[in-house]
Design a protein around this ligand. Structure first.
Ligand SMILES: *[C@@H]1O[C@H](CO)[C@@H](O)[C@H](O)[C@H]1NC(C)=O
Ligand SMILES: *[C@@H]1O[C@H](CO)[C@@H](O)[C@H](O)[C@H]1NC(C)=O
Ligand SMILES: *[C@@H]1O[C@H](CO)[C@@H](O)[C@H](O)[C@H]1NC(C)=O
Ligand SMILES: *[C@@H]1O[C@H](CO)[C@@H](O)[C@H](O)[C@H]1NC(C)=O
Length: 410
């Protein structure tokens, strides 16, 4: 066994020396393979750190960019429109009314359709489907009236101008549960270009218009109108805002003279008192009660028929006004809506040109930023904040036609 082993070793050695070339080739191939492996490793390292490096840094930059909030927000705002189209109304309409019902639907009524025809039709927008359905017609054909959602959910349509160009003393109620209209008692004074405000006690305060400085109250529980204190000044095309303290702030407007003045109605006494003057005379402007209780007034027309881009803020605690940043565009016959986040969205209107632009007021900075343009140019349109926070904008005049399109701001 022992010998055998030695012999074998010898044989092996002999074998080896005998297959010397084979052994050498094996070594050469081995070295070549090692060189190949080293080369492959170097190549792999080169690929990894040089060729693939930009890819790697891109991939690591991308998450860094998307996790950096300001950059992402800027990109989204500039690229994606805040506006999207929704279903068209059945009728083209301008100077119409839009009322957000307690069930979340929006009731649109009147006013002017194609060829200046005054509409008595009404339709409902369903935010869950984005579609419109017709509902019963208003009983009396009217324009330049108001529509107010009462605390009981019904909608009160007040006054306006009739087909014989007479101011109306009639009022009617829409009941969303039946989809029908019923007349309610007559106003004390016939009115158009007036304001109507639902007070915290549920009564409706109606002020001015063609009836001058008179004011009256509707009581939904009795369906009866009673006069209340006269305003200090005659006002039409003015604004009226219910403040968080229950008082009503009336601003600007005018029947013969256009006004910069403002006055406050106290529901507990039924009387009016002057408060600070606005900086500007304003007619066809907007007034919005902010979440902080202050009132933002925007745009409108002044005494020289100059359309205003200015805005001012009323502070109920001091009874004074202060100007805030100017809007990018002068506007009247525009809309202003307080969003759920407290910002104010201003849309469209007219300043010599019909506008498709919209802008946002931020109460925390008192400044305006331009948003993306609406899909349509609109003046004499409506804007309603839906319960889901979106803003429904409907109809209006686009500079050449009365339109039936509607769009949503998000
Ligand atoms: C509303 O009135 C118009 C005419 O002004 C009529 O064509 C239409 O059928 C009426 N709609 C309803 C729902 O009664
Ligand atoms: C309301 O006024 C109208 C005229 O605008 C009149 O025809 C109607 O009879 C009045 N209604 C009541 C109940 O007095
Ligand atoms: C408000 O302005 C009117 C003029 O438009 C002026 O007569 C009045 O005195 C002013 N009132 C206050 C409180 O400044
Ligand atoms: C909006 O449209 C107007 C023209 O109507 C254009 O001048 C303006 O640049 C647009 N603004 C934006 C933010 O797209």
């Amino acid at each position: 066994m022992h010998t055998n082993q030695v012999y074998r070793e010898r044989v092996t050695v002999n074998n080896g020396s005998h297959k010397w070339w084979h052994h050498r080739w094996f070594k050469i191939i081995g070295i070549f393979v090692i060189i190949l492996i080293v080369f492959a490793v170097i190549l792999a390292l080169l690929l990894n750190f040089v060729v693939l490096a930009p890819d790697k840094s891109e991939t690591s930059t991308t998450p860094a960019t998307s996790s950096s909030p300001p950059q992402t927000t800027t990109t989204t705002t500039t690229k994606k429109s805040e506006w999207s189209v929704t279903g068209n109304m059945n009728n083209v309409r301008r100077d119409h009314t839009a009322s957000v019902l307690l069930n979340g639907k929006v009731l649109i009524t009147g006013e002017e359709g194609i060829s200046n025809i005054i509409l008595n039709s009404a339709e409902l927008y369903d935010p869950s489907t984005g579609t419109w359905t017709t509902t019963s017609n208003i009983t009396n054909i009217r324009y330049d009236y108001t529509a107010s959602v009462l605390l009981n959910g019904k909608v009160l349509v007040i006054g306006g101008e009739g087909i014989n160009n007479n101011a109306l003393n009639t009022a009617e109620l829409y009941d969303p549960s039946t989809g029908t209209w019923t007349t309610t008692s007559n106003l004390t004074d016939a009115r158009e270009w007036h304001t109507a405000s639902v007070l915290s006690n549920g009564k409706v305060l109606v002020t001015g218009g063609i009836a001058g400085n008179s004011a009256e109250l509707y009581d939904p529980s009795t369906g009866i109108w009673t006069t209340t204190g006269n305003m200090i000044q005659e006002r039409a095309h003015h604004t009226a805002s219910v403040l968080s303290n229950g008082k009503v702030l009336v601003t600007g407007g005018g029947l013969i003279n256009y006004l910069n003045s403002a006055e406050l109605y106290d529901p507990s006494t039924g009387t009016w008192a002057t408060t600070g003057n606005m900086t500007n005379i304003r007619v066809y402007h907007t007034a919005s009660v902010l979440l902080n209780g202050k009132v933002l007034v925007t745009g409108g027309d002044d005494i020289n028929n100059i359309v205003l881009n200015s805005a001012e803020l009323y502070d109920p605690s001091t009874g004074t006004w202060k100007t805030v940043g100017n809007m990018a565009n002068a506007r009247y016959t525009h809309t202003a809506s307080v969003l759920l986040n407290g910002k104010v969205l201003v849309t469209g209107g007219y300043n010599g040109n019909y506008l498709d632009s919209s802008e946002l007021y931020d109460p925390s900075t008192s400044t305006w930023t331009t948003t993306s343009n609406m899909t349509n140019t609109r003046s004499d349109h409506t804007a309603s904040v839906l319960s889901n926070g979106l803003v429904l904008v409907t109809g209006g005049f686009d500079g050449s036609s009365v339109i039936n399109s509607a769009e949503l701001y998000q």
